[in-house]
Design a binder for this molecule. Sequence first.
Ligand SMILES: Nc1ncnc2c1ncn2[C@@H]1O[C@H](COP(=O)(O)OP(=O)(O)OP(=O)(O)O)[C@@H](O)[C@H]1O
Length: 451
Amino acid sequence: MLSLQAKNGDNTTDLFFSGDEFSFESKNKNGVYLDKSKGIRIIIKALIPQGKLVLKLNTFSFDVFDEEVAKLWVENVNVIVYKDAKKEKKLKIFINPFGGSGRAVKIFNQFVKPIFDAARCKCDITLTEYSNHAKEIVKDLDLKEYDAIITASGDGIVHEVVNGLLSRDDALDINIPIGVIPTGSGNGLSFCLLGNDHGNSVSHATLNVIKGVPMKIDVCSVTQGNQRYYSFMSINYGVIADCDLSTEHLRFMKDFRFVVGALQALLANRRYGCEIAVKIVDENIEKIKQGYRKAYDTSTSCIEDDRDKSGGIKDKFGSVNDPIPSDWTVLNDDVYIFIAGKIPWISKGQIVFPYALPSDGLLDLMVVNSDKVSRMKVASILTSFDESSHINMKEVNYYKVAALRLTPKNKNIGYISIDGERVPFEPFQVEVHPKLINVLSIDGKYAPTNF
Ligand SMILES: Nc1ncnc2c1ncn2[C@@H]1O[C@H](COP(=O)(O)OP(=O)(O)OP(=O)(O)O)[C@@H](O)[C@H]1O
């Protein structure tokens, strides 16, 4: 990232330059001033790669003697740098001071804020004070005041922001994008946007916010009892839900807590009884793989948004309280793993759904039945997500579905989680709503999963 300033008398000129890693700012009266006859000094603030994982903010300057040439150069560079992205964004930022290992505020002030300042973004910051605080604020936020809502947190605050936006009366007309700065322990959405190497890098994530444009993504509606939740990431029952929710007290371990959770669940030999009913669209893994590749290469994954916008968000398959539609398939087995999701990564190195697409109108579902599967095999499935080799294992059932319902059978064995947040241990139904939310993305895609 570069930040340029040019000064000529007291008039500042908007100067921006960058290749892939640059953005700019013009300078105020404190900038170094060269007399007009001597030219213009251009100050460049650049995000320079430092090693593989971090971008570091540096400042350079050079003098230009012809003001017109300087302006032209800067204007052209500006177009290259920002492309369609809005410059100097006004950001509503939520920081969860207790997310991840509890260092979000320090990380934000030290590494994120200086980059936003260099790019002249305006930051309106709220430190979340309790669970659902961000959701409450977003529900009543004057969205016209901002260009994006940013979470400096894990996926929990993203979930709150999504739910806050979609519980508004104007939910179907909302275009404000969400940007993510990964300071939580999971950070699944950040990995989807930035890939495995940079998903935990706050400097890359900040650059993604600065230079990102809105990208539409699907969101799932989940009905449970008389409640409705929205899920952008995953819905979990079985070992993976246990990994997350039984280890909340181990947050200091960062993502290693998920390993501890898996060991606990397997040693306890828990079986998770349930009935799963699904509206299957595809269950042939080769066809699913080809569909993903084609959609990814040609960017044709988006289904048309032809929803009727009157009367808010409507579930076309009804709710969990309705009879199961007759064309759904009922899988009546106990499971070790049940996870349905809309995004490839659920946390660092955990590419559970390598064929998930942001806006194909479908949910990816993975089920591992507990019949005839050893605990060793479950352990090997859980440790295969980094290379997504689980999709080739015969014990793993991978589906593309439009909707599903899960009814737990054994009372209170395990947890049910939506985007990592615990919900009551009761039946739930999920369906996908295409293109409901925008996220900021530089290239309009999730990172490739390469599998
Ligand atoms: N001040 C607060 N006190 C207690 N809980 C909070 C506070 N602010 C937010 N929360 C809750 O903390 C939970 C976790 O938030 P967040 O996603 O930021 O971190 P994380 O759990 O470390 O990351 P991940 O969800 O990816 O594992 C959310 O459910 C949110 O509602």
